[in-house]
Structures are given as structure tokens and as C-alpha cells.
Design a protein around this ligand. Structure first.
Ligand SMILES: [Zn+2]
Ligand SMILES: [Zn+2]
Length: 261
């Protein structure tokens, strides 16, 4: 977060997939560091049953007065939280313990604003532009301007899905349908399918197959087993089935722009 320069005092929601150590043990340090470095904004945490107990128990046993309010929500599959700009949904995967995957679904965005045209039609920059953007007709210097001349059609929001530890399954396929970006676990390469099955994980090929079935636009592989010195074997296997695949790494930037309709 420091390196990405995202800031620590922003509005923030934390989504936890399941109660395995590699997915929750970073939380205590994260919260205390944010507090130490001046976070004052309330933080909401969402996760499966058990997350509240976990947060409460470390706050009790490793006492530390957080400088911000903490709100913990135990959630199930379905709609998790709503914001004016986006909704977050979840679905249960098939792991060795209950595990949620998430999808962030952006709402429709206003159309593109043609500033050049606004100026040409004599609408001065300022509150009138805002009203046009909101679809209202405005009058300036006795002239009426229809927003349709200046604001394009509404743009479809984007969808980003995060698939945590799971075997491929229908519920996850439905959750991630049509996502502009799918970030998926891909713990093992294709030769370790039995192991993936035993431990409730996916292989690179299975992640790619899921991406195809759900008709997502891009796939980023993550949660690769630390036993791979060179994880490019997973990338190769996935790309054979789904071309638009990358290996995720810290600070990787992927532009997510939905296709205009
Ligand atoms: Zn796990
Ligand atoms: Zn894991």
C-alpha cells in the first residue's frame, strides 16, 4: 500500500475470503500500522463466520487502542455491501473450509462530457456543466441547451472478480460472469490436479477454463504455491486455454475499462 501510494486514511473496506492463516494473519499488523500512521477514518471488514471472533480476540490479547472505528461484518453469499458507485457480491467456493469469493460490480456511469461542444454552445464551465452531466436541460443567455448534445450515452460500469481458494464450481462461475478482470487463485500447475482436488484449490488450467466458461475479459493468476521457483509454467498452461492471462505480482497495474456498448 505504501509502494502503490494509495494512502492509509481513505475510505476503505476489507474483504476476507476465509479463515486460513495466509488470508487473515496479516490483518492485526495492517490495522495497527494504519492506526500508528494516523488513520482516523472508520474501516469496515467483511468476511465469513469467525472473522469477528478473530478480530475481537487479537484486539483483546494484543491490546492496542486503534485510532479509528472498526466495524466487522460476518457475511454469506449474495449482496455484501452497497455503495453509490458500486455493489459487492459474494459466493461460496469449494475449499476445505467455508470460503467466499467476491465481485465488485460498478454501476452505470454517466456518459462522456463533451467540453468542447459545451463551450461552443456557450455554456460556461461550472454548475451548469454539472446539471448537464446529470441529464438536465439548462438555459444560458436565453438559449436552451439539451444535455443530449453534450453528454454521451451512459457507460456500462466495470466488474472485477476475485476468486479465492476454491475448486472450480458453478456458484463461482455465476459470480464472475462477464467480469472485465478476474483475479483467480491458481495454486498448482496442471500436473498436480490430484493435489488441487485434495486441498480444495485450482490448477492453472482450471482457472483458465473457468475464465473461458464465465466469458471474462482478462485473467490474472495469483496464490501460486511457493514451491514453484518459476511460476511461468502456470502461465503457459493457462494461456493455452485462455489467451488474455497474466501472472499477478505485487504492484502490477491492469487498466480495467469495460467495452463500450
Ligand atoms: Zn485456504
Ligand atoms: Zn490460501
Amino acid at each position: 500500500m505504501f509502494a502503490a501510494k494509495v494512502g492509509l486514511n481513505k475510505k476503505m473496506k476489507l474483504f476476507i475470503s476465509h479463515m486460513h492463516g495466509d488470508h487473515v494473519l496479516g490483518i492485526p499488523g495492517l490495522l495497527q500500522t494504519m492506526s500508528l500512521l494516523g488513520r482516523t477514518e472508520r474501516l469496515s471488514i467483511f468476511g465469513p463466520k469467525g472473522i469477528r471472533d478473530f478480530i475481537d480476540s487479537f484486539n483483546r490479547t494484543v491490546p492496542y487502542n486503534l485510532a479509528f472505528e472498526l466495524e466487522t461484518n460476518e457475511v454469506k453469499d449474495g449482496l455484501v455491501t452497497r455503495e453509490p458507485e458500486y455493489d459487492v457480491y459474494s459466493a461460496w467456493g469449494k475449499h476445505v473450509i467455508p470460503c467466499l469469493s467476491y465481485a465488485i460490480v460498478e454501476k452505470q456511469r454517466p456518459g462522456r462530457f463533451n467540453a468542447k461542444m459545451a463551450r461552443r454552445l456557450g455554456v460556461p464551465e461550472g454548475p451548469l456543466w454539472k446539471r448537464l452531466q446529470m441529464g438536465q436541460t439548462v438555459t444560458t443567455k436565453g438559449k436552451t441547451v439539451n444535455p443530449k448534445r453534450i453528454v454521451g450515452p451512459p457507460r456500462q460500469g466495470s466488474k472485477i472478480a476475485y476468486v479465492s481458494d476454491t475448486r472450480p464450481c458453478k456458484a463461482i462461475e455465476r459470480l464472475i460472469k462477464g467480469a472485465d478482470l478476474l483475479v483467480s487463485e491458481s495454486t498448482f500447475d496442471n500436473s498436480k490436479k490430484d493435489k488441487a482436488s485434495e486441498y480444495g484449490h485450482s490448477t492453472a488450467g482450471e482457472a483458465a477454463n473457468l475464465a473461458c466458461k464465465a466469458k471474462v475479459k482478462r485473467l490474472a493468476l495469483t496464490h501460486v504455491s511457493a514451491s514453484y521457483d518459476d511460476p511461468t509454467i502456470l502461465l503457459k498452461q493457462a494461456k493455452k486455454l485462455f489467451r488474455h492471462t497474466v501472472l499477478a505480482n505485487d504492484l502490477l497495474r491492469i487498466e480495467v475499462e469495460p467495452l463500450e456498448k
